[in-house]
Design a binder for this molecule. Structure first.
Ligand code: IMP
Ligand code: MG
Length: 305
């Protein structure tokens, strides 16, 4: 069977103004991509999946987005659960016919947690969340810090690296990491904006470094890498300032949710796809002061009520 994809006859829409989205979630997702300067095309291609005996296409599939820089197709499934099964089947067929294609299915909960992460939660504002299960204990963190500190001290022996922390989530990790590094390190911090639902914005440095990093051995220190879009934007910005070297040290990696593949040179822990708090990480600015890393769960109603 010779099934080729149909090229679109007109160029696909690449801006929110031009695209006619089928769902509001697609528009919101495009807004997030715009913010992180990840270029996208909306439904640029239709892939025939099944042909009848006389050669007519009887089943086809148009993934929602194509991200040309990442060579990645994205299909959002914010629709009814019943349709998800059908999409699974279509994506399976697409992968069989076109093994060279990268496609990622974003489920409704992926999308909601993207929004929740940026504080634009669709979850009821009144729903109270509290720390749940401890995912990584204080002593596990301590043990890993010993190892990371030793590794960095070895790799940078004879050098004086500059640790660049991204506020605010990195505060605990930065404070501990530098104390586990047996080197003359310097530190600096920056604050960068994250997506807030404002479609006109882009990643911005809200508070810049005070140090000049040209010619320095820089290590970006991050709390958690999720989609990878923040780190990507940061690496691009810092690379343009000609550091002698630039590496990344992250405490946590939620690899299952990666969209932009960015290299992490030093990693504390890989964690499952769950929202976590503690040891610097927050949910709406709360829980940063927990000495361990925990998941979130709905708060139990208080006994007095
Ligand atoms: P990314 O651009 O999607 O990789 O997002 C990275 C940023 O999102 C981190 O620096 C955190 O501020 C925030 N973030 C991502 N996942 C979590 C989480 O599980 N808990 C708290 N903050 C998170
Ligand atoms: Mg669609």
């Amino acid at each position: 069977m010779n099934i080729r994809h149909l090229e679109a006859k007109t160029p696909p829409p690449t801006t929110i103004e031009d695209a006619r989205f089928a769902h509001e979630s697609e528009e919101e997702f495009a807004g997030i991509l715009d913010f992180y300067r990840v270029r996208w095309e909306y439904e640029p291609r239709t892939f025939p999946l099944k042909q009848s005996d006389d050669g007519r296409v009887v089943e086809a599939f148009s993934p929602d987005f194509y991200l040309p820089d990442l060579d990645l197709y994205i299909e959002l499934t914010t629709l009814k659960q019943g349709l998800v099964t059908d999409k699974h089947r279509k994506i399976r067929t697409l992968r069989e016919l076109h093994p060279e294609i990268n496609i990622k299915l974003l489920y409704k909960r992926d999308y909601l947690s993207l929004l929740a992460k940026y504080g634009i939660s669709m979850v009821d504002e009144q729903e109270r969340l509290a720390p749940g299960e401890v995912l990584i204990s204080a002593s596990q963190i301590e043990r890993r810090l010993n190892e990371l500190g030793a590794e960095i001290s070895r790799d940078y022996a004879g050098k004086e690296p500059l640790l660049v922390g991204v506020l605010k989530g990195v505060t605990c990790f930065m404070a501990d990491l530098m104390r586990h590094t047996a080197l003359p390190v310097s530190i600096d911090f920056m604050t960068i904006s994250s997506y807030d639902g404002d479609r006109s914005g882009a990643v911005r440095i809200v508070q810049d470094l005070t140090e000049n990093i040209a010619g320095r051995d820089v290590i970006i220190v991050e709390d958690i890498i999720d989609t990878g879009m923040t780190l990507q934007a940061l690496v691009t910005q810092l690379q343009a300032r000609f550091p002698a070297s630039l590496r990344v040290c992250a405490l946590l990696d939620k690899r299952a949710r990666r969209l932009v593949d960015t290299r992490i040179d030093y990693l504390g822990f890989e964690i499952p796809d769950e929202f976590v708090v503690g040891y610097g990480l927050d949910y709406r600015q709360r829980f940063r002061n927990l000495p361990f890393i925990a998941t979130l769960r709905p708060e139990a109603p208080s006994a007095s009520s």
